[in-house]
Design a protein around this ligand. Structure first.
Ligand SMILES: *Cc1c(COP(=O)(O)O)cnc(C)c1O
Length: 223
């Protein structure tokens, strides 16, 4: 039990519950996205076996490799949380139930053309960091309009990745800004918060926390 996936899941759920209690929120309103990038498909099976159903993957190609051996996990839903290139929208639409990283109107149009119902979120870059993906704040309005004009896409939420810091408080203003932006456009869900800052995210209104390391341990470098 010690340091098993099950014990780590219990610890993450406890962190979520404690943060919800402090923020006067219901734990059921904060959903856990298990981030399985870099880990082999067996890890996803193990997580499924102990009740996890929503998984985040960063790379279309990696999901393409894992997907064939995961077909029997009927209730699993996979979210793309990494940058999507416009030449990979067909594959992405096949492999994922939700594209959480839409950052351009053109991507929405291309995903819609795949004629499969998809949940989507808009990834917004609030940090100004060159290395990060995500839409500029000023482009969000046009992307919202583009997605809402797409009959196959359901705009569920907004996602952001704050600058990395040991100190979770550094993320707070970015989370708060995303909450304001989502409210402005009546977008219901907020995907903010990762292993090291999920408490702050919940205090700022997270409806999804994306947790990798705290569940699965440290990732090896991408080979
Ligand atoms: C890898 C990743 C996560 C998970 O981060 P951890 O710190 O391991 O919990 C969450 N969101 C995105 C976009 C990621 O790329």
């Amino acid at each position: 039990m010690e340091d098993s996936l099950e014990s780590r899941l219990l610890a993450v759920r406890e962190r979520i519950e404690n943060a919800c209690a402090r923020a006067h929120r219901k734990p059921a309103d904060v959903r856990l996205l298990a981030v399985t990038k870099i880990f082999p498909p067996e890890v996803i099976r193990d997580a499924y076996a102990i009740g996890l159903r929503e998984f985040g993957e960063n790379y279309v190609q990696e999901m393409e490799r894992k997907s064939p051996v995961l077909q029997d996990l009927n209730e699993a839903r996979f979210h793309l949380i990494g940058h999507l290139q416009s030449n990979k929208t067909k594959k992405a639409a096949q492999l994922f139930s939700s594209i959480d990283s839409v950052d351009a109107a053109k991507l929405a149009t291309r995903l819609n053309a795949e004629a499969k119902p998809l949940d989507v979120m808009i990834e917004v870059k609030l940090s100004g960091e060159e290395s990060k993906s995500g839409a500029e704040e000023g482009d969000v309005s046009a992307i919202v309009d583009a997605i809402r004009a797409c009959p196959n896409l359901s705009l569920r939420g907004m996602m952001t990745v704050p600058p990395w810091s040991e100190d979770a408080e550094v993320a707070r203003p970015y989370f708060a800004r995303l909450r304001e932006l989502a409210a402005k456009f009546s977008v219901p869900e907020l995907s903010i918060g990762m292993s090291n800052d999920l408490e702050v995210a919940i205090e700022e209104g997270a409806t999804w926390v994306r947790v990798g390391t705290a569940l699965f341990g440290r990732r090896k470098k991408l080979v």
